[in-house]
Design a protein around this ligand. Structure first.
Ligand SMILES: Cc1cc2nc3c(=O)[nH]c(=O)nc-3n(C[C@H](O)[C@H](O)[C@H](O)COP(=O)(O)OP(=O)(O)OC[C@H]3O[C@@H](n4cnc5c(N)ncnc54)[C@H](O)[C@@H]3O)c2cc1C
Length: 825
């Protein structure tokens, strides 16, 4: 007997592709069985059915790799559970290098993969050919072999996941279209469909290419755009057999896998072809786009080099299917900041089959636990803002992002398309002074300044890049005279109201209920004691706090704070990022420069460290916050946008005689790493607590009312030992460059990875902050009495671990002035 259409469910999932089915599977596995999945057509009929089915584990972020590692495990076991085959074949994969630089990438990847527990072997081109006899290797430098990789049948896998979910009670209903999301009191509470309404506690948007439209039904930003994505299937080719590994040839932008004795060959061309500018048709089911041999030409040419037999083999089928891509080539996961109880899992950038297992589990855990259970920042929906949903911007950006899969992952690589996007009021002035811009959260930011006659263009390499000398100049200016940094991209949030002090004090780990005019560096911790953010809270009035946080964290932090404001509290939160520019004036001469422009008392007694005042600067009135991220005397000037140009010009005029220099983000990064200052999303993540980070001093364990994460910190303390710690390293050899992501070894054994690194010109060597991980404990003895090495593309370099920052300001005056809260520990 046909079941009645449901009117109620705990969770409604929109979309029956591989992602929706994986979310349903994992929700039911976690015990949430009252789940309804709605699919407008048939399961997998959107994008999933025509995927090539490659499952490669390597990603640049350890947690992203671990998601796919879990996928491979799930796919190998699922058939035994559900009785439905998944087509999973653990055939392994090869990646080959056509150039020395690509080989460097593969070796760097191999070192970090090992740190993440992924089996990987660096092999010669000849050894690669033994595993893949049909390829030509004359032009190859080498390869890596990943025995744990594989391939699956996307449709079968989707059906198998759906069966697993059904077996535990989920209802999977096809031919039902969701037409609206019901919202009450700022929360999603159900869906409207062409078959009737369903009330629900949670709604999950897994609508693939349609997810942007489903988000728009309830004001939720899901910034993705479709692009055409293609592969061919050949007839039988001699030497191609079912156990043939997957082959990736990223320098040729191509991949191959075996299918019925022939090859599937597809790829990621450098300039993709966006699709669906006028919306995605509802009935685009089991549908393909017309063959486009012109677009495919570059892939075909490269494939002929790798597999000469393609010249004579038959092309049986050309698949051109649209897939959704995002602005940074990572997918979109999590609870929407705009709407409670509305979750998104979409925008899979041609990685949906590989990612589905891990991403489905991560989203299900997020729903069930009410918070993410691991650091998912690279894919967190809150890394995007409403302006990222601009269709023209997305269209222009995805032309580039598709190709990123196989593009050279140069250190510091910037995306070139759809820029400039957000510009500070100083943009033209900085450009005129030789700024080479990068982009963060859409903001154009000066990375470094070219000297007269130099071109402000970065030339990428794994060694020293062409800005090495520029950053040396800028660091020297900041350490010895003064530097001015345009940090306008910093996110700024105003928190106001009668209960602002008490509510913020519960959200922040440090005590922020301080006297007016104080600024406090604090972490925002989750229930596990990990960092959701680190930021500065400035008390401007009894009921008024200004928060300055990282450029990328505006939406994330506003969401975190809002969600932790009790419903009955009298607190409002406003993002005021666009209202203020931030000019950081840093260095031993900063006081002399600022003193020429203001009547304010800038002495240590009149304007102590960690305080904020509204002062006059030239004709402008602005906040000056005495803080430093570079370890020198200085002020962050928070200037109303309309006064930014005036203040900048006045500072330059006053600073000329003191050696004031424009400085960029590369110098800022190197300066902070030399001082050992931690950065959120690198050293500070939702998985790292203040003890592990070495920031216990910025936590007020005993303040009245406690704070979020305190109980977890008490438990950690009770254990009496730390198994992970952030530690600073310098390379003993002054020549090599570290970039981050490198493997750290202690007495020859892997113990962690570099999270941030720069060339520290003040120290005359590369300097890094690394995370050490050792189950037996990471204590003083472990750090001081180990022989540390850092693996740089297969070459090991000895390194010195530091418990205290090795940068030692030369003059007493600088030391006295540069007192920093973080140092006060
Ligand atoms: C040519 C090609 C090759 C690929 N190769 C690989 C590969 O080798 N490896 C890999 O990992 N990935 C690959 N991918 C990517 C992969 O196919 C996708 O990332 C994945 O299928 C996305 O799954 P999904 O569930 O998000 O989307 P979909 O499969 O599109 O599912 C979304 C579903 O939502 C439904 N829906 C939408 N709106 C509504 C509504 N209002 N009501 C009800 N239902 C709705 C749609 O009908 C659709 O079925 C490839 C993609 C292409 C195009």
């Amino acid at each position: 007997m046909a079941q009645e259409f449901p009117t109620q469910a705990r969770v409604v999932i929109v979309g029956g592709g591989i992602i929706g089915c994986s979310v349903a599977y994992h929700l039911t596995k976690l015990g949430w069985t009252d789940v309804v999945l709605l699919e407008q057509g048939q399961l997998s009929g959107g994008t999933t059915w025509h995927a090539a089915g490659l499952v490669g584990q390597l990603r640049s972020h350890a947690n992203m790799t671990s998601l796919i590692k879990y996928s491979t495990q799930l796919y190998s076991e699922l058939e035994a559970e559900t009785g439905l085959a998944t087509g999973w074949k653990n055939c392994g994969s090869l990646s080959v290098a056509r150039s020395a630089d690509r080989m460097t990438v593969l070796k760097r990847t191999a070192a970090s993969a090992r740190a993440q527990g992924v089996d990987i072997e660096v092999i010669s081109a000849r050894e690669a050919q033994e595993k893949w006899p049909v390829m030509a290797i004359d032009d190859l430098v080498g390869a890596v072999w990943l025995p744990g990789d594989g391939k699956a049948n996307p449709t079968d896998l989707t059906q198998s996941l759906a069966k697993g979910a059904r077996n535990r009670g989920a209802r999977v209903i096809e031919r039902v279209r969701v037409t609206g999301i019901t919202v009450k009191d700022g929360k999603a509470c159900g869906v409207e469909t062409d078959k009737g309404n369903i009330a629900a506690e949670i709604v999950v948007n897994c609508a693939g290419q349609w997810a942007r439209k489903v988000g728009a039904m309830c004001g939720v930003t899901v910034p993705l755009h479709s692009a055409e994505h293609m592969y061919i299937v050949t007839g039988k080719i001699e030497g191609v057999h079912p156990d043939l590994p997957v082959l990736r040839d990223p320098d040729g932008y191509i991949y191959f896998k075996e299918e019925v004795g022939g090859l599937v060959m597809g790829g990621f061309e450098p300039e993709a072809k966006p699709w669906g500018m006028n919306g995605i048709p509802d009935d685009f089911e089991f549908a393909l786009l017309p063959d486009d041999w012109d677009q495919f030409e570059i892939l075909m040419q490269n494939a002929l080099v790798r597999v000469p037999q393609l010249e004579t083999s038959e092309v049986k089928k050309f698949y051109n299917g649209p897939e959704s891509f995002t602005a940074d080539n990572n997918f979109i996961l999590g609870e929407a900041p705009e709407l409670k109880n509305f979750f998104v899992g979409a925008g899979f950038n041609s990685m949906g089959i590989a990612s589905a297992g891990g991403a489905g589990r991560a989203l299900a855990e997020w729903i069930v636990n009410g918070a993410a259970t691991m650091d998912l920042w690279p894919v967190d929906i809150r890394r995007f803002a409403g302006f990222n949903n601009n269709p023209r911007w997305l269209h222009d950006r995805v032309k580039e992002t598709l190709g990123l899969h196989y593009a050279m992952p140069w250190p510091n690589r910037e995306l070139d398309t759809a820029r400039p996007f957000r510009r500070s009021a100083l943009y033209d002035r900085l450009a005129a002074r030789g700024a080479c811009f990068g982009s963060k959260m859409g903001w154009e930011r000066a990375n470094w300044f070219a000297a007269p006659g130099e071109k402000p263009e970065t030339e990428y390499s794994f060694g020293r890049q062409n800005w090495h000398g520029a950053v040396q100049r800028e660091m020297k200016a900041t350490r010895e005279a003064a530097g001015i940094f345009d940090q306008t991209s910093f996110a700024k949030i105003m928190v106001q109201g009668r209960d602002a002090a008490s509510v913020l004090n519960r959200i922040c780990a440090a005590d922020v209920d301080v006297e007016i005019g104080r600024s406090i560096y604090t972490g925002l911790l989750n229930e596990r004691g990990g960092y959701e953010s680190d930021l500065t809270v400035m008390r401007l009035g009894r009921d008024k706090f200004l928060i300055v946080t990282g450029s990328a964290q505006a939406v994330h932090d506003a969401d975190w704070i809002s969600k932790n404001i009790p419903e009955d509290a009298h607190v409002t939160l406003t993002d005021v990022t666009s209202s203020y520019a931030v000019l950081a004036l840093m260095g031993p001469r900063s006081r002399d420069i600022l003193a020429k422009l203001t009547s304010a008392d800038l002495s240590n007694a009149g304007f102590p460290f960690a305080s904020i005042r509204e002062i006059d600067i030239g004709y402008a009135t602005a906040y000056a916050n005495r803080m430093t991220y570079v370890g020198e005397l200085g002020w962050e000037l928070i200037v109303p946008t309309e006064f930014a140009v005036g203040v900048y010009e006045a500072l330059h005029e006053a600073g000329h005689e003191h050696g004031l220099s424009d400085c960029g983000y590369y110098a800022l990064e190197a300066l902070r790493i030399e001082k050992g200052f931690r950065a959120w999303s690198r050293e500070l993540t939702p998985d790292i607590n203040p003890f592990e980070a070495g920031l216990a001093f910025a936590v007020s364990m005993d303040k009245p009312g406690g704070f979020i994460g305190r109980e977890a910190l008490i438990e950690t303390k009770a254990k009496g030992k730390l198994t992970r710690r952030i530690v600073q390293f310098t390379l003993d050899d002054s020549a090599p460059m570290l970039w981050g992501g490198e493997l750290i070894l202690r007495n020859g054994k892997p113990v962690g990875e570099v999270r941030s690194a720069s060339y520290g010109h003040t120290l005359g060597r590369s300097v890094a902050l690394g995370l050490l991980d050792n189950a037996e404990g990471v204590d003083k003895d472990f750090i001081e009495n180990g022989r540390f090495e850092i693996d740089l593309a297969g070459e090991r370099h000895t390194a010195t671990a530091h418990l205290k920052a090795p940068y030692d300001p030369k003059s007493e005056r600088v030391r006295a002035d540069s007192t920093d809260l973080r140092e006060a520990a």
